[in-house]
Design a protein around this ligand. Sequence first.
Ligand SMILES: [Zn+2]
Length: 263
Amino acid sequence: MTDQYTRQSFLGAKSGELLQNATIAIVGLGGGGSHVAQQLAHIGIGRVLLFDPDSLELSNLNRLIGGTAADVGARTEKVEIARRMFVAINPAAEVHTYAVQWQLAADALREADVVISCLDSYAARQDLEVSVRRFLTPLIDIGMDVHLVNEQPHMTGQVILSVPGGPCFRCLGFLTDENLRQEAELYGAAGGRPQVVWSNGVLASVAVGLLVELLTGWQRRHFRAEYLHFDANEHVITRSPRLEYAPKHCAHFAADFVGEPVL
Ligand SMILES: [Zn+2]
């Protein structure tokens, strides 16, 4: 292990090699995905696949890590901002960018050992989970939202790990017909979802923590799934009770659709 990673050598003698040899996809390089990309560069992930069709806008600057005022003027693609940041930290890394809707480059996802979903709609998450399960790849999803509770804004977020063969987003009660229907009705009416840099940073950090555990096994835990709830008003993360009540075996994906987890 080189000096660059000595402070994280407690992750295991082979951890440097495991992280270096991993291919990680990030789908969505906005407020959440840009934090994830930055951290993957620092921990020494050797190969990343970045998917986002959008360019930087002024309204993104409150939260997009690596984005600058000059990028707003130049309308720099979000994947390019992430690529630039990644190779500045880790010049040896291999970075592939896809500045299109991920569905148009879905075959590239096949190469990922783990996919990190930083999308902002339930419908998009549903589509991504279907694709990623087909490739037998673990999926880590992060997201935040703001609801009014007694007329006060309440920020919440979640980090969910969906592993082929284990409970899926529907088993975990995260995706329901009702929330997909509500979202479809509201589509286009609400503008962009509220997003802030500090809670995105918490969610991204937890997702990267889960990823490092999956790749290195440093805590020797086995995951069927994970569902962590973030109360961003109280600054508290708890394990969702939905995890305990999820069915042991997912009935939403046919047995021949899934196989054993690859990790
Ligand atoms: Zn299921």
